[in-house]
Write a protein that binds this ligand. Structure first.
Ligand SMILES: NC(=O)c1ccc[n+]([C@@H]2O[C@H](COP(=O)([O-])OP(=O)(O)OC[C@H]3O[C@@H](n4cnc5c(N)ncnc54)[C@H](OP(=O)(O)O)[C@@H]3O)[C@@H](O)[C@H]2O)c1
Length: 313
């Protein structure tokens, strides 16, 4: 029987890259990774091709290119990259193109990588955090959640993801070493737990969903690797990296939003949601469900042992 093709958006990135790796590493086979990129000549795309992926050029802003990329595919892994343009409206337009192309191609199973609508957690007049881009609390969450409706009516699984621990090296979020040689970091998280996971495990879970098929169609699947407070993360990092104690400054969200780096307001609102609505955020994500789909799901310590050389100290 011919392999089932999974068209993977973001194949050169973290989430889609994890999906492709899971397909390519599966000794049982049965699936082909169709890696979608705007630039098939880039190193990551060439590597995927050399590992056995079909590499196809498409752009989320170009619906016609997505129609071609999804043609004949059994599955489509759909993700948008808010951080490339920082616009919830643009992210929604790209998600609409993905959903419309999946519909036109008659894809049998779509996974939409989404997040929750944080506006539902507080009344519109709540002043604890600013509205951003006019009508959002956390634009990269709320925009994805609004885009869920575009996928309704399709054979879709809504995959609710978690904070990647890989942000520690990819987004410069690791503790910083001061002039006195001591380490510290600041988050507006109080003593609340952060739902986190290895970015590659998102792809492995997604592949597990494609393989399981029918039972996951129409379902919302929230995943985490492990939920840890920043103090717990500090202790684990200190031990795992073999550095001294890491001081955690539990700043207020307003102070964090005023740090001034690009996206500080957005990240401040996101961490405040994690802090103020811990039960709702953790309740929407399950490590048990993630592990049932990805038996090798990593804990933070396992992820750290594998990735510690990437974390600047
Ligand atoms: N960082 C976190 O902790 C976290 C947690 C949960 C969810 N997320 C969400 O994850 C999303 C990003 O996913 P990621 O981390 O996997 O991305 P990533 O590693 O930054 O890579 C971005 C991927 O998106 C593709 N892409 C971007 N714009 C495209 C376009 N116009 N057309 C076609 N492909 C395009 C890129 O492909 P080419 O460049 O090869 O074309 C690349 O493969 C964000 O929306 C973010 O909100 C992040």
């Amino acid at each position: 029987m011919a392999n089932k093709v999974i068209a993977v958006v973001g194949a050169t990135g973290s989430q889609g890259g994890g999906v492709c790796a899971a397909i390519l590493n599966d000794r049982q086979g049965g699936y082909t990774c169709r890696a979608i990129t705007r630039d098939p000549a880039k190193d990551k795309a060439r590597t995927l091709a050399s590992q056995g992926a079909e590499v196809v050029r498409a752009d989320l802003d170009d619906r016609g290119s997505l129609d071609k990329a999804f043609a004949g595919a059994h599955g489509a892994f759909c993700v948008t990259n808010f951080w490339e343009h920082l616009s919830a409206e643009k992210e929604k337009a790209q998600a609409r193109n993905l959903a419309d192309a999946a519909r036109a191609a008659g894809v049998k199973h779509v996974i939409w990588s989404t997040l929750e609508d944080t506006r539902k957690l507080m009344p519109p007049g709540d002043t604890r955090m600013p509205m951003l881009q006019g009508k959002y609390r956390v634009p990269h969450f709320d925009g994805k959640a609004e885009a869920d409706s575009y996928f309704q009516g399709l054979p879709v699984t809504f995959l609710v993801t978690s904070f990647y621990w890989d942000n520690l090296y990819m987004f410069g979020m690791a503790p910083k070493k001061g002039e006195d040689g001591t380490y510290s970091w600041a988050f507006p998280m109080g003593n609340r737990k952060l739902a986190g996971m290895a970015a590659e495990d998102i792809g492995k879970v997604a592949y597990g969903i494609f393989k399981a098929g029918q039972p996951y169609i129409g379902k919302r699947v929230g995943i985490t690797g492990e939920n840890l407070t920043i103090d717990e993360l500090s202790r684990k990092l200190s031990k795992g990296l073999g550095i001294g104690p890491i001081a955690y400054h539990a700043v207020e969200p307003d102070a964090y939003r005023a740090f001034g780096f690009p996206g500080a307001d957005e990240m401040g609102n996101m961490f405040q949601v994690y802090r103020d609505f811990e039960d709702a955020v953790l309740g929407a994500r399950s490590a048990d469900v993630a592990r049932s789909l990805d038996p090798e799901l990593q804990t933070f310590d396992q992820w750290l042992a594998k990735n510690k050389s990437r974390i600047p100290t």
